[in-house]
Design a protein. Structure first.
Length: 331
């Protein structure tokens, strides 16, 4: 592997993030500053230019490229540093989480600028700015993510491995409202809902991290389980913060385990009840599984084959939904 390829594969900033370096933007968009990893200091004087892939410390006077940094930081010779960097090195959980975190923040900012995305959210019954902020809902216009992330020092290879861009460099998400899926405080996946009906649902490859927002919902002894994130959004907006989402009707082993611990948790299934009864069959099958694992399961019936999202869009209030919960049948 030649030097240029090596530097391309792992950017200096990726490497620093893997070493848990804490950074903040400095002035122009591709410069970052933080405490120097090479000498003790209390005021940040270590600068990284992500575009040039170079660092310089005003405290100790050291500077250079990624290889120079590894030489100094790991106390290796030039040749040893090259060997160290050439090891097959899967993206660490830290760098994958960092790139998804930055993408989430970027899409959140885009939502502010794009009227069409806010209009779509309103049509889906989601209008509360505090909720949009809390769920970190964003908008992927498409075509601009790669440039933004590489200017932030993320390598193209990392973006590809995260599934954010294709091999040809095209964004995974175009014209989609985006919800980040988090686990243990980290963004582990993104869900993108297109405005149209063709390929409406899309996730990045890899884990979705169990039930949505489980960190916030697990404290409740009674939870409401819905299929889709727009169902969840309207219920949170109406005050039902004990709602979680399974991204469909088939639960992963992790999701089943989450719902059934501790045993005795009351689970209200609020799945789509479509006319061909596929939804009801899915609910019955899931209820059986959950009961065996120790949960107490109820089926929420909404009027006229509504799902929670359409029910609120068609004018239901929190009190209406609370009545449906009261009338829920034990399964
Ligand atoms: Zn220094």
């Amino acid at each position: 592997m030649d030097l240029q390829q090596l530097k391309q594969r792992l950017s200096l900033l990726d490497y620093l993030r893997q070493q848990h370096w804490t950074l903040r933007p400095a002035g122009n968009s591709s410069e970052f500053v933080g405490l120097c990893p090479l000498h003790p200091e209390t005021h940040p004087s270590f600068y990284v230019n992500a575009q040039k892939n170079l660092f310089y410390c005003h405290g100790c006077g050291q500077g250079g490229d990624l290889i120079r940094f590894v030489e100094l930081f790991q106390h290796l010779s030039f040749r040893e540093s090259l060997a160290y960097l050439e090891r097959p090195n899967p993206p660490s959980a830290e760098s994958a989480a960092a790139v998804l975190e930055e993408t989430t923040a970027f899409y959140q900012r885009q939502l502010q600028d794009r009227g069409e995305a806010r209009l779509y959210l309103e049509q889906r019954g989601v209008s509360d700015p505090a909720l949009i902020q809390e769920l970190r809902i964003g908008y992927a216009h498409g075509g601009n993510l790669r440039r933004h992330l590489t200017a932030q020092g993320f390598s193209f290879a990392l973006l590809q491995r995260a599934g954010l861009v294709s091999r040809q460099g095209f964004d995974a998400f175009y014209h989609r409202v985006v919800f980040p899926c988090c686990q243990d405080g980290r963004v582990v996946n993104l869900y993108g809902r297109s405005f149209g009906t063709a390929f409406p649902h899309r996730f990045l490859p890899g884990s979705r991290g169990g039930l949505f927002a489980w960190g916030a919902v697990r404290q409740f002894p009674t939870v409401i389980l819905v299929e889709g994130l727009f169902d969840l959004a309207v219920l949170w907006q109406a005050g039902f913060h004990n709602t979680t989402c399974s991204f469909g009707t088939h639960l992963t082993p992790t999701q089943l385990r989450q719902l059934s611990h501790p045993p005795g948790r009351r689970v209200f299934l609020a799945y789509d009840q479509d006319e061909n009864q596929a939804g009801q069959r899915a609910s019955q099958a899931l209820a059986r599984q959950l009961r065996l694992l120790g949960a107490v399961v109820f089926l929420v019936m909404l009027p006229n084959g509504e799902d929670p999202n359409s029910y609120f869009i068609h004018g239901a209030s929190a009190a209406d939904f609370a009545r449906c919960l009261e009338g829920a049948q034990p399964l």
